[in-house]
Design a protein around this ligand. Sequence first.
Ligand SMILES: *[C@@H]1O[C@H](CO)[C@@H](O)[C@H](O)[C@H]1NC(C)=O
Ligand SMILES: *[C@@H]1O[C@H](CO)[C@@H](O)[C@H](O)[C@H]1NC(C)=O
Length: 867
Amino acid sequence: MEIEKNPRNSETGRFLSSILSSLSPPFSSSSTMTILLVLLLLFFNVFESCSAVSGAVSFTPEDNILIDCGAGSRPELPDGREFKTDKEASDYLKTKNDVRVSVSAHVPSPIYLNAKVFPEEATYSFSLKRPGYHWVRLHFFALKDNRYDLRRSTFSVTANRYALLHNFKINNNSIPILKEYLLNMTDPTFTLKFEPMNNSFAFINAIEVVSAPDSLIADEGTSLLSVDRFSGLTGHGYQVVYRVNMGGPLITSKNDTLGRTWIPDAAFLEDKNLAKEASTSVNSIRYPLAVTPLIAPAIVYSTLTEMADVHVPANVSWKFDVDKAFDYLLRLHFCDIVSKALNDLYFNVYINAKMAISGLDLSSLSGSRLAVPYYKDIVVNASFLGDGIKVQVGPLNHINWKSNAILNGLEVMKMSNSADSLDGEHGVVGGGSELSHNDTVIVIGFAMALGAFVGLGAMVYKWRKRPQDWHKRNSFSNWLLPLHVGHNNIPLNKGSGSQKSNLCSGLGRRFTLAELQEATNNFDSSAIIGVGGFGNVYLGTIGEGTRVAVKRGNPQSEQGINEFQTELQMLSKLRHRHLVSLIGYCKENDEMILVYEYMSNGPYRDHLYGKNLPPLSWKQRLQICIGAARGLHYLHTGTAQGIIHRDVKTTNILLDDAFVAKVADFGLSKDTPMGQTHISTAVKGSFGYLDPEYFRSQQLTEKSDVYSFGVVLLETLCARPAINPQLPREQVNLADWARQWKRKGLLEKVVDPHIAGSINPESMKKFANAAEKCLAEDGVDRPSMGDVLWNLEYALQLQEAFTEGKMEDESKPSEASTASQPSILVSSASPPIDNNQEDNKGPGEVQAIDDHSENAMFAQFQSLNGR
Ligand SMILES: *[C@@H]1O[C@H](CO)[C@@H](O)[C@H](O)[C@H]1NC(C)=O
Ligand SMILES: *[C@@H]1O[C@H](CO)[C@@H](O)[C@H](O)[C@H]1NC(C)=O
């Protein structure tokens, strides 16, 4: 095992040892082992030296739409990227009037040879293949033209819900202007709209819409104000205003896999005499697990600006002009390529004279190695901007011997405001300039509600509706209500007579406002258990101490009484042991309040990770998944209309006193920062649950819930979030990552260590198979919730048999091993779960997923539903 002693880096070492340990049981012969080791070693050496070369990690963007507007032929670019010609892009464009403008030479890049002029509104619409962050780059260069003086053009640009440019003027024809955005796309149709203003016209030279890696924007940063965690970053759109390579050359799209441009820092240095440059070979940069060349290429980390003289304590300072109406996300890149030894470098980082990082110790952050990249995200509130952004690195105050301070790279990103604008106060909704101040409040309230709505699940949009319909969907109840679907997609149970009896026609109890005020101590802030753009959720006590969750709609949200009534009726029809039930409502003084049963154990997710709660056993997890699957199965098939939940995730599965799982369509997310209502509640993770087929096809079926539930099953098994951008790239997306391990047959490697020892391998296999099927690319290949339910119950039986078998007799072959043939029917006399449950006519037999047939299941469904 010499290899492990001397790995090229710890990442490889860890990966190697994990592979080795997983392989060692079957490969007990030592010669096989040796050959394998040699092969692995060769493989990793090759792999490593490749990835070390200027950080050549490849990322293939799923969406990669590049358009050279107005071009008759494809421009030849040094970075090899292929831009579409005007003709090739004509399908994207809708406008009544457009004009091509061209020059023949003297432009900085061939993409500026042509432009498209729009005297009237014009839209480019793109169908995206993948949700999540995308680069949107708009290239402007005011070409000389006899008919149109492009310098005088004035226009606005919007991108779906984001206002990108408002009343934009170029005023210049000597340098090209690049406006670069990073937008979280939640809608598969991306529409870029150019609107001429003031009787002028709009123009554009080139457009890029390119997928960015999930790992690029993490949900959490540090806020400068309180030097505290700032979450909700993924709820914002960004404009990259500066991207600077400290102490190094201009880096163009040619040298950055993600097509980014990094400019040198000299122009921003406040006092050049206090700074000097340093560099090393790109090959010496050692990326740790948490940073990849996609965050920044090795060329950025291999150069830096440092203090001019280690014996003269002075800050190195950079100044940036910014629009002071916005908050900014600063990403600072560090990599210690100057120290001769570890633990030599400690320094402070200040932003606008406030301490941003105190005593930064790169040695300890980088696993005691030099030349390891590290980055930090810091949110700077607009109120701290003063006359721009000033970043300083300097020595610790008390050190007067020798000291140094460094910075390798810096990105300054403008954050979209609460109106989803990145330019001016006006958002897309509400139409901009006619707004009075009063209206602005409403627009902001609206944007908040919309944010919460998006947060509750990017997938809840009815994609095909156009943005004008947002007003409707933004209503108080839309975030509460699952969407009804026609019968066509859902295997409806014919026993509708028996279903009727499940339905309660009442509206639940009507509460007076006074009652609810009393119940919640007059909506005391200490009773808040959840926050969102819609308003707050309070813990209340009614009657003889019955605890309830009281959701109070934001009075700002305009809500038709009729709509409220209809939806109440709808909600009160949903009654199931595994759905969180509505107890009543209050409609008084414009208040809209819904009262739900209180789920004392909170979201399932909190019991899996992140909250340090005692880990649930495998059996408990199975029972929770089974409960949630029952709730969803009921939604899909148990009501006359058939209901698609649209936002299945572990925060929407709540647990009561007895850990009975109930599906809720709202997240009582406790980690939403209080008082930051403009941050949408739970955008994090949502993308990890989104059905790719739904995103592509825009057709919503109940199989989208099945997909999301598959992600829930993986979270159950692995106890980690659906998306975790902190992890190395290949691990960011739980579904992708777990599927890879499953394919390799090594899923046990990623099982939550808390339960790994106690899971029956067969039970895990059954469970993992079900999860994998749920995640099938095409909806038709996914099982129904009913199928999933059977398989989970089967997995539970296997687990119980295993535990019993273990207790009864260790020497006998366990039942579990008999059950390992997938096609057999396991008979079990005892009902598998939930003995006290009303719908537990439970399966007398459980059929394996691999050979299920719809018909065989059908009778069982009826007995399940016909309570
Ligand atoms: C960019 O990459 C090329 C090789 O692909 C290399 O020759 C060139 O020096 C790099 N440029 C910079 C600024 O490092
Ligand atoms: C560096 O800047 C910070 C904040 O502007 C200041 O408090 C500190 O004294 C400066 N350090 C030196 C050595 O000038």
